[in-house]
Design a protein around this ligand. Structure first.
Ligand code: SAM
Ligand code: SF4
Length: 489
């Protein structure tokens, strides 16, 4: 029996899909190369923007229609849409085998798939914290297993070799930003136990991961709610706050992981301790994703972000002063209800001051049940698109300026493998999470750390020559300097 998982949305969904795949593999299922070859297709969905939901519904509809020719095909929905739609999804997608919330999915997926293969349809398992609509509409609504620690507790499989991996440390979100559906579909904040996190990071390291990103929707809230740091886990570096303590603990316990990251940040979490942790724990990367959303104080207040532009900028300055060579990336929403040209210009101005290394720009999308969806979505689609394009161009200018500063410098790159554009060259990432393209020196393997001297840059990518590698804990010397001896792709 074979399966395929389609993943929409954020890194948390990527992680959840990875863990679902491991559970299915551990139960004897094999991964299919294409949909046509799969006996089971899962759609791991995202509710953050309407477009993502439309794509998932379209995909599910096509898959269920394919059942006319392949009646045995199992089609399942997981992710945020399962919680948002509840059993109503079976009305939207007739023939769907099951729908299961993101936190209930891990423990339930194998049994749901098996029952669906036996012909069951319309099974619904909400997430365990009960925020899901309580309607059955004639469908089987099951009690999820309780308690869960996420989709996967401890499942090992040796069949994927990614050098980078994600580990969720904080479920849900309590921030309730006015535009965001995440708190209602992912539930309230719950921090995981540090030992469970270390166990999972260790497992990722055993599978070959050298770069692990710790995930939480508002990750700096880790350990701030209904949680006490275990007294028997000391902090030799003298940290008192949970996130710096966790970073120190993971770095100490799993030294095979050469790079540790965490995302997404919030200005309120950029404390002196966190900055010190980023500077002094060698494994912690000099990179932070710090969503800004807007540069207008009025819009930030309406969004309920909990900071204004001055506080945001102060956090950026603290990071830049305290963490050498840090890269800061962000999320920005354009066309929020009532966003005027003046508000938009304030966003452009704050972007320039923050000098972002990369920005992800989103056009406002009203989400059911959120306060912003009650407001008039009054910025026309064409104007949202214009603002989107303006910010993308602004970010390109910032990317050119920021990346030019790397020319002539050596960066440490985690080698990921042949470049997608030119397989003769390799691609990897710097600690700043910048893509670096280089000629592979003899003997290099995925997961090696290699030093690359940067010769050229564009807004998104650095290009350079290998100078030596610290691979598998030893230094690999590159015999012949390759300066000028190849074409940069
Ligand atoms: N938890 C992170 C944070 O606090 O910023 C990110 C959560 S969300 C999955 C990722 C990004 O989607 C947000 O930072 C925001 O820019 C964008 N987003 C969320 N809701 C949106 C909406 N209704 N319309 C457009 N973009 C949205
Ligand atoms: Fe959504 Fe705000 Fe929570 Fe991020 S912090 S997930 S934007 S509510």
């Amino acid at each position: 029996m074979t399966f395929l998982i389609h993943t929409y949305g954020c890194q948390m969904n990527v992680r959840d899909s990875d863990l679902l795949a491991r559970r299915l593999r551990a139960a004897g299922f094999a991964e299919a190369a294409t949909e046509d070859e799969a006996d089971v297709v899962l759609v791991n969905s995202c509710s953050v923007r309407e477009k993502a939901e439309e794509k998932a519904i379209g995909k599910l509809g096509m898959l269920c229609a394919a059942r006319r020719d392949r009646p045995g095909l199992v089609v399942g929905l997981t992710g945020c849409m399962a919680n948002r739609l509840g059993p109503d999804v079976f009305g939207l997608v007739p023939g769907l085998s099951f729908s299961v919330g993101p936190r209930a999915a891990g423990p339930a997926v194998v049994s749901l798939v098996r029952r669906a293969l036996d012909g069951a349809k319309g099974m619904f398992v909400p997430d365990p914290d009960g925020h899901t609509v309580e309607r059955s509409n004639g469908h089987t609504v099951e009690q999820p297993d309780r308690p869960t620690v996420g989709p996967c507790d401890r499942v090992t499989a040796k069949d994927d070799t990614a050098v980078s991996s994600f580990v969720t440390i904080l479920y849900g979100c309590n921030q309730r930003c006015s535009y965001c559906i995440v708190p209602s579909v992912r539930g309230s904040e719950e921090s995981r136990d540090p030992r469970a996190i270390v166990a999972e990071v260790r497992e990722e390291a055993a599978r070959g991961a050298k770069d692990v990103c710790l995930l939480g929707q508002s990750v700096m809230r880790y350990g701030r709610m209904g949680f006490a740091w275990p007294e028997d886990i000391p902090s030799p570096m003298g940290f008192a706050e949970p996130l710096p303590r966790l970073l120190e603990f993971v770095a100490r316990e799993v030294p095979e992981v050469r790079r540790l990251r965490f995302t997404s940040g919030h200005p309120s979490g950029v404390t002196d301790e966190l900055v010190r942790a980023m500077r002094e724990i060698p494994a912690v990367c000099p990179h932070l994703h710090l969503p800004m959303q807007s540069g207008s104080d009025r819009i930030l207040r309406d969004m309920r972000r909990g900071y204004d532009s001055a506080r945001y900028l102060a956090a950026v300055r603290r990071l830049r002063e305290g963490v050498p060579d840090i890269a800061i990336t962000t999320d920005i929403i354009v066309g929020y209800p009532g966003e005027t040209e003046e508000d938009f210009e304030a966003t452009r101005a704050l972007m320039r001051k923050a000098r972002f290394d990369n920005s992800f720009i989103f056009k406002f999308s009203p989400r059911p049940g959120t306060p912003a969806a009650q407001m008039e979505d009054d910025v026309p689609a064409a104007e949202k698109e214009r603002r989107n394009q303006v910010l993308l161009a602004d970010q390109d200018d910032l990317g050119v300026a920021n990346n030019a500063l790397w020319i002539g410098r050596e960066v440490e790159v985690l080698a990921e493998g042949p470049s997608l554009r030119n397989a003769a060259r390799w691609s990897g990432r710097s600690g700043q999470n910048k893509i670096v393209i280089f000629d592979p020196p003899p003997g290099i393997e995925r997961g090696d750390l290699i030093r690359v001297e940067i010769g050229r840059a564009n807004p998104q990518t650095l290009f350079g020559e290998p100078r030596g590698a610290i691979g598998r804990n030893r230094l690999l010397h590159v015999p012949v300097p390759l300066v000028g001896s190849h074409n940069l792709c």
